[in-house]
Design a protein around this ligand. Structure first.
Ligand SMILES: [Zn+2]
Length: 390
């Protein structure tokens, strides 16, 4: 097996607190990394580096684990730029806008949807993302949910069945009938292509009883649960996620004190999605409050055409630091290791011996520059990743 020594790393983020400066990021300076067989074989200082078959000199750049984007909705067609422009002109966002994308997605061919996902996955990769979760949720028929997940599965193992995204127009008068469709024939067709099941638990989408029913049905066929909750206002979703012991609950923008306590007690990860608040001009979630309460926080893009059409994890980091009270170190950890834990993928989001060598090289001497230089394309190289070849 050929080994590669990467040296001249001004700052190496390992996300292993037993290494380097013993912080959560496990920072090593003047560092080197050996990669063999797609895995990290060694990390340490350049002066201690072992010999290898090939050597790459980075000349003082920073190396970070690739971003793990644990929440995206990439299987869709069309865009909603007109809706965005209207919203920025003062029109309030409502969940019903999803139906616009549902119509476009149903009308698209498999080839069009696949090309669309490929374009966005490539866009993510250029910005340092090496693992992405992709949800269905713009088909909302048995056929369209199953094919959305089959298309997503060609790109990632981390696929999520979100038939319970919104009640489609044809079921507007029979939402319980739609829940029966989701938990019956739609789940049966979707399950083989999915690892996770998710529900948009929010006023205007699905209530707590419906969410509980849908998650139980998913669990019965081997899917693990996740929830969209407490995005647009206070609600029961976060408490439900904690009660069910879900790995992660996503959005968490509107929380009361019992919600925060429940997250800490349950160990359920709060995945914050600042691209949404940016793109909807809404108040950001209070990451500082969660971190101070001992809650584990992940950051993800929520890349979708309605409420957060960004694929950029560096943007999410910059927003989390500027608007949500996170330190640059906390935000980077949440966008890498936090995302890995939110997907229950313990081997990802770190650069330690034995872990997959999924990393990004920054044209900067430290990872602080991700938040310090917002909007600047600092990622100059990306190696490894959980994507299937496209
Ligand atoms: Zn989402």
């Amino acid at each position: 097996m050929t080994s590669l020594l990467v040296r001249g790393i001004a700052e190496l983020v390992t996300n292993d607190p037993t290494l380097g400066d013993r912080s959560p990021l496990g920072l090593l300076t003047d560092a080197a990394l050996v990669v063999e067989g797609g895995r990290v074989a060694w990390v340490g200082t350049t002066t201690d580096a072992p010999a290898a078959d090939a050597v790459e000199e980075l000349g003082g750049r920073a190396v970070i684990p690739g971003f793990v984007d644990s929440h995206s909705h990439l299987v869709f067609a069309g865009d909603r730029s007109a809706e965005f422009a209207a919203r920025m002109a003062g029109t309030a966002y409502s969940a019903g806008g999803i139906r616009t994308t549902v119509a476009a997605t149903r009308a698209a061919s498999d080839e069009q949807l696949t090309a669309h996902v490929a374009k966005h996955v490539a866009e993510m990769r250029r910005q340092g993302t090496t693992t992405v979760e992709i949800k269905s949720g713009y088909g909302l028929t048995v056929r369209d949910e199953a094919r959305s997940l089959a298309i997503a599965r060609a790109f990632t193992e981390e696929t999520t069945f979100l038939g319970a995204h919104v009640v489609p127009e044809e079921y507007a008068d029979d939402p319980d009938g739609y829940v029966r469709l989701v938990t019956g024939p739609m789940l049966a067709a979707a399950a083989e292509h999915a690892r996770w099941i998710d529900v948009f638990c929010e006023t205007g989408a699905f209530d707590a009883d419906q969410a509980r029913t849908i998650l139980a049905a998913g669990r019965a066929v081997g899917l693990s649960g996740r929830l969209h909750a407490n995005q647009l206002g206070p609600g029961p979703g976060v408490q439900l996620a904690c009660e069910l012991g879900l790995v992660a609950v996503d959005h968490c923008t509107h929380l009361d004190d019992p919600d925060v306590s429940a997250l800490g007690d349950a160990g359920t990860i709060a995945t914050l999605l600042p691209g949404v608040e940016f793109s909807t001009r809404s108040p950001y979630p209070d990451a500082r409050r969660l971190l101070d309460a001992g809650v584990v926080v992940a950051l993800a893009s929520d890349c979708n055409p309605g409420s957060s059409y960004t694929s950029s994890m560096p943007l999410c980091i910059a927003l989390a630091v500027r608007e949500m009270g996170m330190t640059p170190a906390e935000a980077l950890w949440s966008a890498t290791r936090g995302g890995a834990l939110a997907l229950a993928r313990d081997e990802l989001g770190r650069l330690t011996p034995g872990s997959p060598a999924h990393y990004a090289v920054l044209d900067a001497p430290s990872s602080v520059h991700l938040a310090y230089r917002p909007g600047v394309p600092l990622v100059v190289d990306v190696r490894g990743g959980s994507y299937s070849p496209t």
